[in-house]
Ligand binder design. Sequence first.
Ligand SMILES: Cc1ncc(C[n+]2csc(CCOP(=O)(O)OP(=O)(O)O)c2C)c(N)n1
Length: 665
Amino acid sequence: MDHPSTEMFFASEAYSQEFLIDLYKKLLKPRLVEEKMLILLRQGKISKWFAGIGQEAISVGLTAALQEDEYILPMHRNLGVFITRNIPLHRLFSQWQGKMNGFTKGRDRSFHFGTQEYKIIGMISHLGPQLGVADGIALANKLRNEKSLTAVFTGEGGTSEGDFHEALNIASVWALPVLFCIENNGYGLSTPKNEQYHCEHLADRAKGYGMESHIIDGNNLLEVYSKISDIASDIRENPRPVLIEFKTFRMRGHEEASGTAYVPDSLLAHWGEKDPVLRYEQHLLERGILNNEWAAHIKWEIKQEIEEHLSIAANDNPPVFTESTELNEVFQKSHNQTLEISSEKQEIRFIDAVSNALKIGMRQHPNLVLMGQDIAGYGGVFKITSGFLEEFGKHRVRNTPICESGIIEVAAGLSIVGMKAVVEMQFADFVSSGFNPIVNYIAKQYYRWGQNADVVIRMPCGAGVGAGPFHSQSNEAWFTKVPGLKVVYPSNASDAKGLLLAAINDPNPVLYFEHKALYRTQKEAVAMGEYEVEIGKAAIVRPGTRLTIISYGAALQEVLKIIEKENIEDPEVIDLRSLQPLDKESIFTSVKKTGRVIIVTEDSLFGSMASEIAAQISENCFEFLDAPVMRLGSLETPIPFSPALESGYLPYQKIQQKLKELIEY
Ligand SMILES: Cc1ncc(C[n+]2csc(CCOP(=O)(O)OP(=O)(O)O)c2C)c(N)n1
């Protein structure tokens, strides 16, 4: 077939011939790798393939335009990013085959990995979260005055997710140096773009965020390279987010098995004419920079390289399942620091202890950033960060827009580049708006590719304050079952301080529950220096022999009141302090001694901590029990507002009766 001259498409005169040939090799390689993968797929040698054929110019042109130390967050069709960053092919092949020399030791598939070595942070399946993670990396760039930017990809389908909106808004409000790249390839799985969004160009959305945007022909390598080079150097000098819409087309199915039956042939033919590899090749041929023999030789060389690297990967080992290794690699090792409470003590409230721990953490870690709604000048709705702005400045004490998901993602991004973050949920209830990045991003990252997520999420929680169904929940059990998250829940001021410092110092994600009813009711002598309470260690707050009462948080204080008031004889009371990891040893030792146990929680019982602990005790201490394991929790209803309803909902009026039942059983 005769092709029209390519002269009008490519402004190649500005570049040297060596450079143009180098770009040609870079562009060709992902195409040839993909063609090989399609063969292996048909032979049943790989399980799935998401083709980026027809979209290579975007990945290759952008990666070539960025500096090597600038982070890129690619998607499932951006093989060109990985290849242009010179990752040896055999490592990619090992990754796709789930082998040890990949990037996830067989724990995650395809492009779901990150590598600090190549400054690439791969996606998770949920598509959107990495947009906010890019904000976090860019925030670190900005705080450190690095003249650097971060590029992040999404498909046009991914722009319908809330993460997209939150990430763009945050980046704009904070003027973060992020290049948001939409690859508009016409379809999201089978959904055509007119069923995905209702505006002419996605680039136009930038206006709504007060952001600059550009439309780039994603099938034109030199246009991508030159425009991104210019925009990137400008962003480095003037940090700000820029939205790019690359117009392109997905030439194959969403993944190979699903095909393209729903795509009109005319569309495929139209875009086939614009094939980025063939058209660029034709241009080099037309200009005499390349000839057919040389092109054939370059292809032969790349194919040789692919074969060599496939055989290296073939000799790589698949992972061997060792339970202890798997379990030991969910968290990064953490080292408990100062356990001694030796400094001078002062009588302070729970809320002051939280504030004091935060302040010490901020003084100790110059790389720690606090983020939350209204936490800066206003000091937070509970005034815990009052005065922080004055001491630590607005860069480290950051008011955020109302976007829990986006901010957790920012925290994840900060951590990827060695910073620490404490995020304040205004109320623990609102964490549901940030659920995905917690349970899927920061919880799983270390296990997936060895990158810790140094993030603490503060969770003002709990009922008993007349705040109704959306400001009172005990939602700790939503998180205790997610591997990769630590969950702590202090019941008194000393532990509140020590656990928060331990959480800040811990390199893993920690959810820190602080019960609002304790803020001003719990007061005690607290050491004013720096100390930690070990995460994963319960406290025996009252030793005894007759029965074991296990509790935590505000419920623990209610238990202590009843014991005092009703003169309950010789109970052993365990304050869990940490819910995950759980101090099973202290629990089992106590139950084996007393033979009677009740777990008291403010949560409703179904699927609660109380249920989990009851199951553990039944399984491990059955022959020591003199009575059934008992549980006491709130009603299985949402939390009501009116004081009469709320106190009926809470379990506290029933404690005495339940203890009697247990003792008399
Ligand atoms: C939160 C979420 N919902 C649905 C999916 C299933 N899914 C995976 S990719 C995809 C289409 C993505 O389209 P787009 O963002 O345009 O990227 P493209 O595949 O076209 O490159 C869908 C629906 C998912 N992975 N995550």
